[in-house]
Design a protein around this ligand. Structure first.
Ligand SMILES: Cc1cc2nc3c(=O)[nH]c(=O)nc-3n(C[C@H](O)[C@H](O)[C@H](O)COP(=O)(O)OP(=O)(O)OC[C@H]3O[C@@H](n4cnc5c(N)ncnc54)[C@H](O)[C@@H]3O)c2cc1C
Ligand code: FES
Length: 341
């Protein structure tokens, strides 16, 4: 069996090398070398392992079009969990070296400390982590990251973004949309209570706030895609960052709105923040249109922004296209797709 050499260059210009056997996907090959790259479903369905191949020959296994669009594929985009090397390869990642882990992802346990409906089909779930003999009491993560939550009785596991920031008390806050036929949704609706136990695997993911000097930032969210944006904006407020920033938050109709109190708190704490709420089916109470309409409007004022997009895949693709068409370089566009996990 032949082996190929893979050279991975991270967004901040650092290099890593590992070997990949014929027929082995790149995520597994890297893990064999104790290099744990961001990944989630490992089946071509979630997009968490997205990267770009800049040199060499490879073939791709089956991938979902939501996770890897035709457009991304044409620009060298790959999903590393479905990429098989046919020669030595050069890969560039959309994340920095600091978001590669060289040890297994932490596993912890916790208890539901709060569960409330906050508007539309959305619940706010608060989980209190147990003390961990190695990791201590606190919750350490970068704003924008997610964890996997597992219901111990059934093994049901789903990924959810953290809506708060790292803290010493070990508190995790999530904003979760209840899907009518969803299994985790049903557990939250029918079974979960304050005191229910959960397993927590993370933090994971490389969709995080990037240091960008004083450049403006646009945060564009569809539905509960606002969760990681709230974490990033809270971090900006905690650090007193003065970058101009816009939050564009879109839902279908006014009755779907939620988290407006959290947005108001951020407005007060972060004077450089402006907010644009968009309703697809407008009743006149907010601006009409999609979050991408809001992004296009902002780009006429602040073209040199970093763009953060989170929510359904169709919104993200449209947002990426709008930003690219306006001339924003691909290196300043960051996204997280909320695909079924
Ligand atoms: C990195 C990451 C972070 C995420 N963070 C969040 C978050 O912060 N908040 C949040 O609400 N969700 C988030 N999700 C989505 C979440 O992981 C689940 O997919 C979602 O909660 C549905 O789980 P379920 O078990 O209720 O539905 P499932 O039983 O998995 O699905 C049942 C049916 O519901 C519908 N459905 C499920 N998920 C979606 C979806 N995302 N969009 C449209 N239809 C869907 C489909 O018709 C599906 O067939 C995230 C996903 C990823 C990959
Ligand atoms: S981990 Fe590769 S697409 Fe999900």
């Amino acid at each position: 069996m032949s082996e190929h050499q893979i050279r991975l260059t991270t967004r901040d210009g650092q290099s890593l090398n590992f070997a990949c056997a014929d027929g082995e996907d790149l995520i597994s090959a890297a893990a064999r070398a104790d290099i744990h790259l961001p990944a989630l479903c490992k089946g071509g369905g979630c997009g968490a392992c997205h990267a770009t191949c800049t040199g060499g020959d490879f073939h791709l296994g089956e991938t979902s079009r939501d996770a890897l669009s035709d457009d991304a594929r044409q620009h060298g985009g790959v999903l590393l969990c479905r990429t098989y090397a046919d020669s030595d390869l050069e890969i560039t990642t959309p994340y920095d070296h600091g978001h590669i882990s060289f040890r297994p992802i932490p596993q912890r346990t916790g208890t539901v400390a709060g569960l409330e409906h906050i508007g539309g089909q959305t619940v706010r779930l608060v989980v209190q982590l147990d003390d961990d003999p190695e990791l201590g009491t606190g919750a350490e993560f970068d704003p924008g990251q997610f964890v996997e939550l597992t219901v111990p009785e059934s093994g049901l596991t789903r990924a959810y973004s953290l809506a708060n920031t790292a803290n010493w008390s070990g508190t995790l806050v999530f904003l979760i949309r209840l899907h009518p036929t969803g299994q985790f949704s049903r557990w939250l609706k029918d079974t979960a209570n304050v005191g229910s136990r959960l397993q927590v695997r993370g933090p994971q993911g490389a969709f995080v706030l990037q240091d960008n000097g004083t450049r403006p930032r646009a945060f564009v969210a569809g539905g509960t895609g606002i969760a990681p944006m709230l974490a990033m904006l809270t971090r900006m407020a905690e650090f007193g960052e003065g970058n101009r920033c816009r939050l564009v938050f879109g839902v279908t109709r006014a009755s779907d709105l939620f988290a407006l109190d959290m947005i108001d708190t951020l407005r007060a704490d972060l004077p450089a923040l402006s907010v644009d709420i968009r309703l697809w089916e407008s009743d006149g109470s907010q601006s009409a249109g999609t979050p991408v309409d809001g992004l296009q409007h902002w780009l006429t004022e602040a073209l040199n922004s970093d763009i953060y997009l989170c929510g359904p895949p169709a919104m993200i693709e449209a947002g990426e296209r709008a930003a690219r068409d306006a001339g924003v370089p691909a290196t300043r566009i960051f996204s997280e797709r909320f695909l079924p996990t």
